[in-house]
Design a protein around this ligand. Structure first.
Ligand code: CDT
Length: 321
């Protein structure tokens, strides 16, 4: 038996600051129509799909920042996306900035939703690993203020039933952390979808710049293999407001092999027929967690933020201290 989900990874080229939500949604709908022509069941859009990557700018004016956030989903400008998807019977994954009131408090998250073929939201994730900094750092060519504008996600790494399988979500910087995938792998994830906005230039470590696509590749390919899951990674790419961002949108099989890859840095749909049953071949053999994982022998690591310390019960090498 096979469970084929035909997936479209909908890379977006740059989104200018002046571009309206309605204009962006038209670009997304164009992706959906092409995806329909190619028989897609699910289309994956990137992180913060609806706007330019606004954390590159510092401001103390909260109203200025809040213009980038959605207060409802779907809202007046995004309803057309849901309507088009339902009409075409295609599900989608969408990243956006979310402003909600929870327990009487206004909260802001970097969020992604998973939507089924009938335009029903069946999964939600709020980004946990927020990169960058919280204060203005004028020495940088551009800022990366996710720690200023978003709270740490409070929904955990979950796996949702959808598209005939177990679907997990994470966002951008999360993809660099092995625990992101392992937490979902332990829940049986067969497909993990994620979007990213990754500047080519990393101001604190410019020596990494030439390796951006390589790092993108190794984290997602190794995670796919080590957890026996499909991974779909989708970029917002190209030169956005003077900041070049990596492309490298791709669909990766549970073997760790990339089966489809974007060629350019603009709006581009790549597709693959993904057999979710391929995951079982890895989950039942080399990465049979129940049979082969030995967490009780890994050393005691408590859930502290940052580096482990001897107090956590981990025997550290001298060089680690
Ligand atoms: N959006 C996002 O998370 N981007 C980061 C840039 C890292 S440099 C601060 C990423 O990990 O791709």
């Amino acid at each position: 038996m096979s469970r084929i989900v035909t997936i479209g990874a909908a890379q977006m080229g740059p989104i200018a600051a002046h571009e309206s939500r309605t204009q962006v949604v038209q670009r997304l709908i164009a992706h959906l129509h092409e995806a329909s022509r190619r028989g897609c069941d699910l289309v994956v859009f990137p992180e913060l799909t609806l706007t330019t990557f606004f954390p590159r700018w510092y401001t103390e004016d909260q109203a200025e920042i809040d213009q980038w956030f959605e207060t409802e989903m779907p809202g007046p400008e995004t309803q057309a996306l849901f309507d088009a998807a339902a009409k075409l019977q295609i599900g989608f994954h969408l990243g956006y900035a979310e402003l909600v009131e929870e327990a009487g408090q206004v909260r802001r998250f970097n969020t992604a939703i998973l939507v089924d073929k009938n335009a029903q939201i069946i999964g939600k994730y709020r980004k946990i690993h927020l990169p960058g900094h919280a204060e203005n750092e004028p020495w940088r060519a551009f800022q990366h203020l996710e720690k200023r504008y978003f709270e740490t996600g409070n929904l955990g790494f979950r796996v949702f039933d959808g598209f005939g399988g177990k679907v997990g979500m994470c966002i951008c910087n999360d993809r660099r952390w092995p625990e992101t995938y392992r937490v979902m792998g332990l829940q049986g994830a067969e497909l993990i979808v994620l979007g990213y906005n990754t500047p080519v230039h990393n101001p604190p470590a410019p020596e990494h710049d030439a390796l951006g696509l390589f790092h993108n590749q190794i984290v997602m390919q190794s995670a796919a293999y080590q957890n026996g899951t499909w991974i779909v990674g989708v970029a917002k790419a190209g030169n956005e407001e003077g900041v070049p961002m990596i492309a490298g949108t791709q669909i990766i099989a549970p073997s760790g092999e990339t089966v489809a890859m974007a060629a350019g840095e603009g709006d581009e749909l790549i597709t693959a027929a993904c057999d979710l049953d391929l995951a079982a071949s890895y989950k039942s053999t080399v990465f049979n967690f129940a049979l082969h994982r030995e967490p009780q022998h890994y050393g005691l690591i408590t859930a502290t933020k940052g580096a482990v310390s001897p107090a956590d019960g981990v025997a550290l090498e001298k060089s680690d201290k």
